[in-house]
Write a protein that binds this ligand. Sequence first.
Ligand code: AMP
Length: 188
Amino acid sequence: MRLLIFGPPGAGKGTQAQFISKYYGIPHISTGDLFREHIHNDTPLGKEAKRYSETGDLVPDEVTNEMVRKRLLEKDTAKGFLLDGFPRTPAQAEALERMLPEGTSLQAVLRMIVPEAELLTRLAGRGRQDDELETIRKRLRIYRDTTRPVAEYYREKGVLVEIQGVGPIEEITRRIIDGIEEVTLNKM
Ligand code: AMP
């Protein structure tokens, strides 16, 4: 199963991604986690990524795309994968298309929907380094202006599943799995 979960910061993507990747037995590939790992290990890529993520900006597409391209070449992706936090721009979505093996594409794209006021409350309580109020606002703005259009790209391809991301965690997981089953069944 080749899946993508996307949504604004604070939507609960990471939490849900863990359940989904376990359920389908596919690796969870989070670009945010990959960048944080590089930053933690102080690699050249980490140094580059840090400049952007600290201020809430997106890391440039060429840098991000190359990191994902390499990750998708690893063997564990043979059965599929769950991307989390990538693609985040229409250009990244097009780059992803070219990275996937000939004749394959994403089978379901999950868009988590959470009201902005709820996101602000959640993010303010999270205490991550990139969660200062100014940075939070910037990340939400970038999501709205740059990332949300990615949904339209996948809607046109008929694989978009919109999930209401408020409510008990298990219930949201259920909505996601039902949504995946429905959109992939329709393709058969
Ligand atoms: P996240 O944990 O997904 O919110 O990502 C944390 C930070 O990593 C973001 O604020 C960006 O600076 C960077 N990042 C993660 N994914 C991407 C991406 N697909 N494109 C550009 N930057 C990204």
